[in-house]
Design a binder for this molecule. Structure first.
Ligand code: MN
Length: 190
């Protein structure tokens, strides 16, 4: 199948000033689009041509994995953000308290994972195979689905995600980004 860029679920200037329209234009409109275009080219006349992106992420390696996972990760990342962020549902709060001690403890651990990831990649909150909520650092196009985890939330820490708005200040980007997370969407993935 031919993959295409999903529609952005909000207006391109709706997340400003946390994420400017210029960042959306480049990050969503160019980087995300390029992963989709590369994926479509690479899977032509291969067994991957018939698969959904999630199945490619779970089964492919090399450049096909990289482009499929980057496409999946970006769709997941942008669809978790909202210009009208929701309060955290109690069901999610209970799980975070159970596995991280408190919501503040969870935020601190996720922030640390995102801030200290060396180079390009993603910080994830996911549910492991035993049903425990865990935070992980995944370099480059990493995705916890490859370890059998269920992804709940991710922070893109590639420089293209924050350099236009925050320059080198990755920590400022992470803190601001956590203010536009749609926690109802995160909870719905549990
Ligand atoms: Mn990105």
């Amino acid at each position: 199948m031919k993959h295409s860029l999903p529609a952005l679920p909000y207006s391109p200037d709706a997340l400003a000033p946390v994420m400017s329209r210029e960042t959306i234009d480049y990050h969503y409109g160019k980087h995300f689009q390029t992963y989709i275009d590369n994926l479509n080219k690479m899977i032509e006349n291969s067994p991957y041509e018939e698969m959904e992106i999630e199945e490619i992420v779970r089964t492919a390696g090399g450049a096909i994995y990289n482009n499929a996972a980057q496409a999946w990760n970006h769709d997941f990342f942008f669809s978790t953000l909202s210009p009208t962020p929701s309060a955290m549902p109690a069901a999610l709060e209970e799980r975070l308290v159970k596995d991280f001690g408190s919501v503040a403890g969870f935020r601190a651990e996720l922030t640390k994972a995102a801030a200290t990831l060396f180079g390009s990649g993603w910080a994830w909150l996911s549910e492991d195979k035993e049903g425990k909520l865990v935070i992980s650092q995944e370099p480059n196009a990493g995705n916890p689905m490859t370890k059998g985890h269920k992804p709940l939330l991710t922070i893109d820490v590639w420089e293209h995600a924050y350099y236009i708005d925050y320059r080198n200040l990755r920590a400022s980007y992470i803190e601001a980004l956590l203010g536009i997370v749609d926690w109802e969407k995160v909870a719905a993935r549990l």
